[in-house]
Design a protein around this ligand. Structure first.
Ligand code: DAH
Length: 346
């Protein structure tokens, strides 16, 4: 091939590049493969350099480089032009008069709603909220609550102890807040203590290793069992309806004497009533009792002068009743499809 022809060939490619006008993304891709791809035309032009006399090799190399630079620059220009054309087309598609996209509002977790509802009911009769730590020491959780080490009643609550310090544990009940309050405040004490508690339980539809409780404590002079019963009756009516009845069954808790469990009359009309009340119509809601004098003394309160009552209830159970939820695990999975069913003003 004559030298002139070789140079012409390169120039022809440059002209071709300058003249090409890809209109679509597919055209542009064709352009890229042809001039910038791994087997592009310009690479083959570099191969022609061996046919060029030595004194012209430099000039030839520069021309081929020019072809390469032209292709690169043209590609960038074309790419930008195609992109902005696409943006414009999209912008033209936007209908400014169309209604906005709705933003879904979140809602409170059903356990929070239930907890708040319980708190409100007690706040109305003068109880104030107290909180305590979830990682608690042995003394507040057990010993102060009249359950010293090796006391068999500790078996009632299977506990998570901290590996590096067995004096510390995940509190098994909110009753630990009773001890914290009695050691830091003087009677009259009228508190409600909501919060999360932990037990080493097998997780199933009915029980979980973490759950929530609300504790109540009232200490003053001359507080009686009748005061407790009346307070709890008021709670049951506010929570479940004015026609609700309660009953107290004798029970045992280390920190109260006497102790009781409270049932609410749920009814026996539907099949569900039968199932959840095990055919009795009564539903167990909470444990309660008169604060054991040992507990008062452990916490530095004169048990000759003061008496009091305490109670503790599980929140999941109440939420399951209120919202007809059949599996406790749903509360902890945070599945939005479950959670968004609970819209509430609380
Ligand atoms: N702490 C008890 C539990 O978790 C519940 C309880 C029962 C709390 C009786 C009380 C009470 O304050 O008086 O099983």
């Amino acid at each position: 091939m004559a030298v002139i022809e070789t140079f012409d060939k390169v120039q022809a490619v440059i002209d071709e590049i300058n003249g090409s006008e890809p209109k679509t993304a597919a055209d542009l891709e064709q352009f890229r493969i042809q001039y910038l791809g791994s087997k592009n035309v310009i690479k083959s032009l570099f191969g022609l350099i061996k046919e060029v006399p030595n004194e012209q090799k430099r000039e030839f190399g520069q021309l081929v480089n020019k072809a390469k630079n032209t292709a690169e620059a043209k590609f960038e220009v074309l790419k930008t032009a195609l992109e902005s054309a696409a943006d414009e087309a999209q912008a033209a598609d936007i209908d400014l008069s169309a209604p906005g996209e709705p933003q879904a509002l979140g809602s409170r977790h059903p356990l929070t709603t239930t907890m708040n509802r319980i708190i409100r009911i007690f706040e109305r009769i003068g109880f104030v909220v107290e909180e305590g730590p979830e990682i608690e020491d042995d003394w507040h959780n057990f010993t102060a609550m009249n359950t010293p080490e090796d006391h068999p009643a500790r078996d009632m609550q299977d506990t998570f102890y901290l590996l590096n310090n067995t004096e510390m544990l995940l509190r098994t009940h909110t009753s630990s807040v009773q001890a914290r309050t009695m050691t830091s405040q003087k009677p009259p004490i009228r508190i409600i203590a909501p919060g999360r508690v932990y037990r080493n339980e097998t997780i199933s539809a009915r029980s979980h290793a973490q759950f929530h409780q609300v504790e109540g404590l009232y200490i003053d002079e001359n507080v009686s069992f009748a005061d407790m019963k009346q307070t709890l009756l008021y709670f049951a009516k506010e929570m479940y309806g004015p026609d609700k009845e309660i009953r107290l069954r004798p029970s045992y808790f280390p920190f109260t004497e006497p102790s009781a469990e409270m049932d609410v009359y749920w009814g026996l009309e539907t099949e569900t009533d039968y199932r959840i009340t095990k055919g009795t119509g009564w539903l167990e809601i909470l444990g309660c009792g008169m604060v054991d004098p040992n507990v008062l003394e452990n916490c530095g309160i004169d048990s000759e002068k003061y008496t009091g009552f305490a109670f503790g209830m599980g929140i999941e159970r109440q939420a399951m009743l209120l919202y007809d939820v059949g599996d406790i695990r749903l509360f902890f999975e945070n599945d939005v499809r479950f959670l968004k069913q609970f819209k509430s003003a609380f």
